[in-house]
Design a protein. Structure first.
Length: 101
């Protein structure tokens, strides 16, 4: 995936997640392209938010791809998004654990 396509995909994904999860304070949403074992391109999406796991509405999170895919098609990106929602506190906890090891 070229830099321009990645930039457009990131913008579309970021805007859609933030709009659909209105009220969730996202700290960062990263998009990283990758290739699966069949040679197909996909997008790792990490949506880091400030809150506890109940901050994310499961009904919205499980249907998010359904809302993102048509918007990716509009910018000619065919890669499938794989989304992980991660609480910032979980990341901070992992960092503290790594320091102790």
């Amino acid at each position: 995936m070229n830099a321009q396509a990645l930039e457009q995909a990131t913008k579309v994904i970021d805007e859609t997640i933030r709009a659909r999860c209105d009220g969730v304070p996202f700290v960062e949403i990263t998009v990283t392209p990758d290739i699966d074992e069949d040679g197909e391109e996909f997008l790792w999406v990490k949506a880091i938010y400030d809150g506890d796991p109940t901050s994310i509405d499961t009904r919205k999170s499980v249907t998010m791809v359904r809302h993102i895919r048509p918007k990716l098609d509009e910018v000619d990106v065919t890669a499938f998004p794989v989304i992980s929602y991660v609480a910032q506190s979980d990341l901070e906890g992992l960092g503290a654990q790594e320091e102790r090891v």
